[in-house]
Design a protein around this ligand. Structure first.
Ligand SMILES: [Zn+2]
Ligand SMILES: [Zn+2]
Length: 325
């Protein structure tokens, strides 16, 4: 599960986005045209371009000039200074939520109004109004200049012309970025990507022991960038997934310890004991929860002894490893 370079990502980098500033929570697009369908069309185009892959973020060489009232605005000046440090560089790869939200929904009415006052032409007020929350994010730690990574032809094809949408990448560009080093960073919007799941989890009956197990695996303290309430929802979703995972294994007839093979059915046949009551569900990457979204692949079924051993090994590994910065 460790992602050290772009080549390790579980999906392809499908497209690039040129931005003024490195994005942290969302990537915005300005719909072209004024029709009522413009936002929907914009969203469909971007979703199609991103596919199920990652989006490479490139910082433009130029920075915009805001509307007159903001030309000496401290926030603008700070952003311009920040831009100068990353201009022309490849800074990150992001996974976007499958569908967009209105930017107003993401950043709130007041911040949205300020952005439009600052950047949009009179009366338009739709700059970056179609926004895709970032649900997974990796920093490119070396932040190379794009022109040192891509051939002149690629630079021309991908970045030379302004575009309101993403710029699809080809195999040549993917090969050029494959070795760039990545460092995962927390995405506080991860929960936005799993809203539908959370809704389903809230409507489901989850056996209390799954919630107990998951709470023990993940801890009750909210991780950085998440409110206590969001963390509660993330844990609820994980418990819901864990329960579905166990039921799936039950259906497949593979409800036995993934480490030692212990199969409760061989010992309790003819009794009323439920096999699953003798096994635990274990979360393989508890420390990554909140930084990315838990999937079935994060779970394994263990007997209580193997489970205890797994946690002892994890603790021992943490004690011996230098803490990653
Ligand atoms: Zn075992
Ligand atoms: Zn565990």
């Amino acid at each position: 599960m460790t992602v050290a370079t772009i080549a390790d990502l579980p999906a392809r980098v499908t497209a690039a986005k040129a931005d003024w500033l490195a994005a942290s929570h969302w990537i915005g697009f300005t719909p072209v045209g004024n029709g009522p369908d413009a936002p929907g069309q914009c969203q469909a185009t971007i979703a199609g371009q991103a596919g199920n892959g990652y989006v490479l973020e490139y910082i433009t060489r130029n920075f915009g000039t805001p509307n007159a009232a903001y030309i000496n605005d401290p926030e603008y000046l700070a952003e311009r200074a920040q831009h100068a440090t990353v201009a022309g560089r490849l800074v990150a790869v992001h996974r976007l939520r499958a569908s967009a939200l209105s930017l107003k929904t993401i950043i709130g009415e007041a911040d949205y109004a300020r952005l439009q006052d600052m950047w949009d032409e009179d009366g338009k007020r739709r700059r970056w109004s179609v926004a895709f929350p970032i649900i997974e994010s990796f920093e490119i730690t070396t932040r190379p200049l794009a022109r040192d990574v891509f051939s002149p032809e690629s630079m021309q094809r991908v970045f030379a012309h302004p575009s309101a949408t993403l710029r699809p990448l080809g195999d040549e560009e993917r090969a050029a970025i494959a070795g760039l080093p990545l460092s995962r960073r927390p995405t506080s919007n991860a929960w936005i990507g799993i809203e539908a799941d959370i809704e389903a989890a809230e409507l489901s009956e989850i056996e209390s022991r799954f919630q107990r197990h998951i709470d023990a695996e993940l801890g009750e303290t909210a991780i950085e960038g998440m409110t206590k309430e969001q963390w509660g929802k993330v844990r609820l979703r994980a418990a819901w997934l864990a329960q579905k995972f166990i039921r799936m294994r039950q259906k497949k007839g593979t409800l036995r310890c993934d480490d030692c093979g212990f199969d409760p059915a061989t010992r309790i046949n003819g009794t009323a004991i439920k096999p699953r009551s003798l096994l635990d569900v274990h979360h393989l990457h508890p420390l990554e929860e909140g930084q990315r979204v838990t999937t079935y692949a994060d779970f394994t079924v263990l007997c209580p002894t193997c489970h205890r051993l797994a946690h002892a090994l994890l603790r021992s590994k943490q004690a011996n490893e230098p803490v990653a910065s």
